[in-house]
Ligand binder design. Structure first.
Ligand code: HEC
Length: 234
């Protein structure tokens, strides 16, 4: 392996992904951190790393109504491309993807969520268990149900209000990457331990993906708040 092989590689992606702006968002972040130059090319056969929707390689995120994979093939820059794959599939890359916004809206979801979706496209899980979990974990701040009306933080949106968003499902699936939650939420096998220099400011929430599915099942059965006008959250 030559030095150059470790310092740059070519990456291809379908035009719709390039047009979304996502590559421009995460490629420079990876390049800066790892001192690797990424050349984006149109032609898949000219690239060693290929973002694709043809289920080739590893599932890395979903968005634009489909799941996206990365395939790394042998060629110039394979070693660097493999490092990119690991970064993209790891917690930093996944958080970077989740933080990308189009018109203020989250546009892509990390792979852990996409994988859960592929396994269970319909909402499953036990809504009763979900309610108990939501009261315990989320009821510290959110009004989850009537029982939590008085114990919660008034300025935090209620679950009924959030349920009224057309994309409530996406928001709840990804709540742990949406602020303020990353600072205090641990999702087993998904999130990295907190940065030692920035410990959780409150007793952390620890949940599993299964718990999140149960909470989703509960929320799906909730009556959305009817405010009579389009909802807005800053
Ligand atoms: C320590 C307080 C706190 C806890 C605990 C908490 N949240 Fe939140 N959550 C907030 C605040 C504050 C907001 C509003 C953020 C904003 O307006 O930008 C919020 C917003 C949300 C949103 C909307 C996010 C968006 O950007 O659209 C969802 C969904 C959500 N919370 C789900 C949950 C779930 C599920 C749990 C429990 C597993 C939970 N939260 C626990 C404080 C909390």
């Amino acid at each position: 392996m030559s030095h150059a092989d470790d310092r740059s590689f070519s990456l291809s992606a379908p035009p719709e992904l390039v047009d979304s702006g996502l590559l421009k968002f995460f490629v420079p972040r990876f390049s800066l951190k790892h001192a690797v130059r990424v050349e984006i090319v149109d032609d898949e056969s000219a690239a060693v790393a290929r973002l694709n929707r043809a289920e080739k390689g590893r599932l890395v995120f979903s968005g634009l109504q489909r799941d996206w994979y990365i395939e790394v093939v042998d060629g110039t820059g394979t070693a660097a491309a493999k490092r990119f794959e690991e970064w993209l599939a790891g917690s930093v890359g996944q958080k970077t993807i989740a933080s990308f916004k189009v018109d203020g809206e989250q546009a892509f979801l990390p792979a852990a969520i996409a994988r859960e979706r592929a396994v269970a496209p319909k909402i499953s899980g036990d809504a009763v268990v979900g309610e108990a979990l939501a009261v315990r974990h989320c009821g510290r701040c959110h009004m989850v149900n009537e029982k939590t009306r008085l114990t919660t933080i008034g300025s935090t949106p209620s679950f009924a209000l959030l349920r009224g968003f057309p994309d409530w499902n996406d928001r709840f699936e990804a709540f742990f990457v949406l602020r303020p939650h990353p600072a205090f939420t641990i999702v087993e096998d998904v999130t990295e331990p907190f940065d030692k220099s920035r410990p959780s400011p409150i007793v952390p929430i620890t949940v599993t993906l299964k718990d999140i599915k149960a909470i989703l099942a509960y929320v799906s059965e909730m009556e959305p708040a009817d405010l009579g006008s389009p909802l807005k959250l800053q």
